[in-house]
Design a protein around this ligand. Sequence first.
Ligand code: ATP
Length: 597
Amino acid sequence: MTSRDLEFSTVANIFEKLESTTKRTDMVIYLIELFKKTPATVIDKVIYLMMGKLYPDWMGMPELGIGERLLIRAISIATGFSEKVVEREFKRVGDLGKAVENLKMRRRQTSLITFFGTAMEAKLTVSKVYETLDKIAKAQGPGSQDLKVKLLSGLLHDASPKEAKYIVRIVEGRLRLGVADATIMDALAIYYGRAKETRQIIEKAYNITSDLGYVAKILASEGLDALKKIRIQVGRPIRPMLAERLSSPQEILMKTGGKTLVECKYDGERAQIHKRGDEIIIFSRRLENITRQYPDVQEYARKCIKAREAIVEGEIVAIDPETGEFRPFQELMHRKRKHDIHVAVKEYPVVVLLFDLLYCDGEEYLDKPMLERHKKLKEIIEETENFKLAQHIITDNPEELEEFFLSCVEQGCEGVVAKAIHSNAIYQAGARGWLWIKYKRDYKSEMIDTVDLVVVGAFYGRGRRAGTYGALLAAAYDPETDTFKTVCKVGSGFTDEELAKMPEIFKNLIIDHKHPRVDSKMKADVWFIPEVVMEVIGAEITLSPLHTCGWGKLKPNAGLAIRFPRFIRWRPDKKPEDATTVKEIIEMYRKQLKRVG
Ligand code: ATP
């Protein structure tokens, strides 16, 4: 070993100390002790190993992932005990790390007796451990299992009992030292800090590189000034900004300082989209590389981002291609589970709603105020149906904010995100702060029963449904006023046959104005005499600023809507006055009300 390396035993000793405490101050002391002994050449490796990894997740490098059976075999070879004995010890202590430690200790004692002190172990270094684990992770294809066992058993053979325990835990993905990123940064700042603002500089570098090993290495080998010079790089994810939470428009406007940008809070998957020429990389909220799951988003981004290099953020949301409506978050999860990505893309189409710009053609936007980022985002995006800016308003009026909130909920969104627009409203990478405030609905009312609704109008179809109706405007009956009050637009659940027959069914009911007994704020493309009844089920009932069912009964300026309604069947046996009543829908809403989030 040279001074360019570090004995792995030093690392294992510190791991043991870290494991024995939950106090952050103690952890910082142990980490400083470790950094003191760690040469700059291997500090990145020490940090990755401490996190139980070989690389940051976003690099998408192969993971260690060795199954229990192979591990047992490797331990057996390394210790000379049979697999049965290894298994028995594993069962007894319930942890393979502890099991290998015990077995190695037992072997040490017997070999001392047998060989009188023959050293069975070689001195392991951090580089040796890291490089061997890296080879294990990268071994692929035929014969790779045997190679993995050979490499691991060799390493465990050379390791001391304690070292073996930690190596096995790393390999198993069970090294849980409980050291947070922030604690590592604290220790780096104290040990390497000469300036007061060291901690901030480290954090900023981490926020834009998402790689603590890399940051530590630059700091240890080139110093603080080099760290200051780190720039945003396309292809390296930026740690996302997160929102605080409040539950009233008044509080939100006070906290954000009056005028505020309010955006729909879409219920999908957050995406940080990087563009370099034609190359597109997409990172998730947890900064995993999800590019391959979204060939469609790659295509949109390539076409619609009018900059050579850019990093933008948005939400990927599943939609119903026929009605253009958002689909619940679960649909995206179904898409992820499909093996054939091209089938998934067809079955679960998505749209991207963009809400921020972090970098564009050499210029960093993190420290620029929200409106400037938003303006530039608008400038470089050529909006299409599938790739556009998030719906938003700018307001200082609590009523307007509330109305926008309700319209977002009604569209299937979780609520809104209000964003401060004063001159200090920067993008706080990696932080949850008050510059972004989410205002989510508190309650959700799941729908269990079907309802019978009256068709009062229709909307023309598009795509495959061109030439027929794409969705029907449906209403509940209000016996008090003898009117029909709208509650949803139904576009799902129809078979192709039913769709084709629709113009025929409604042919004789078309009128050129809204029927006097229909109470609707929505403007249908075609109005009908209220006559046809259909059975419908939805996912939930929500407050809505668009539908008149139960208007003002639960909240001023809001009615009720059925979210994600699906047609079940026609009910020719029912007259429109036999439809589910407004009162019944209000009751259903109240009965199923549950707190969310
Ligand atoms: P939540 O469970 O509320 O989504 P979270 O911890 O995942 O919480 P938050 O910071 O609380 O994240 O909320 C912000 C999240 O909302 C973002 O990560 C993003 O995925 C999503 N989102 C949807 N629409 C927007 C928008 N217009 N602006 C910012 N974030 C949005």
